[in-house]
Design a protein around this ligand. Sequence first.
Ligand SMILES: [Zn+2]
Length: 215
Amino acid sequence: MVEADGNGVLHSSVLVLNRSYVAVRVVNVRRAFVMLYRDAAEVIHIDDGSYANYDFGSWCELSIFAGANGNGHGPDDMDWIRTVNFRILIPRIIRLLRFDHLPRQQVRLNRRNVFARDSHCCQYCGKDLPPSQLSFDHVTPRSRGGATEWENVVTCCLICNSRKGDRTPQEAGMELRRRPLRPAHNPLLNIKLGNPRYHVWRPFLSQSGAAIDVV
Ligand SMILES: [Zn+2]
């Protein structure tokens, strides 16, 4: 269905709500359109301060209308995606119609989330690096009984990782910049919320919605 985006909008994100309007995760645009196309979800669109629900067909109609009446910008200066025949507005929020998924209560522990918590910064030397040059360090090594948990894993550059080896920071003479803690909010979500295009998500992100997965 979706052909190409041309300007990277396929990488933009869509907040998914359950039937009860509770945020359950963040997905990419492609996944959101698959759910809309299969009638598994509808679009929640905020226009002039009020919420409106659109199924896939009516969302396409709105897109055609907005495209015909505008200069390429839709409501709220939203992004567009190009299909074979026309352009469709990219929704910011969709709502699942069939299942009542529940949000995660705790932020998932994985490399992406740990790197985001640590702002992609090696927790030993302080270098700010791309993910390809970072690794995931167990402060107390696993061979010494160190657990894989938020309080025992940190972002680490490859050089510090190899220097530290199978030792504790004290043994290696290396010092952590910050004590690692479990984040109450998904750090990737916090990064997204810094972008004005996702401000419409805020009313749906209660405390319970803050630990949701972000793709
Ligand atoms: Zn380092």
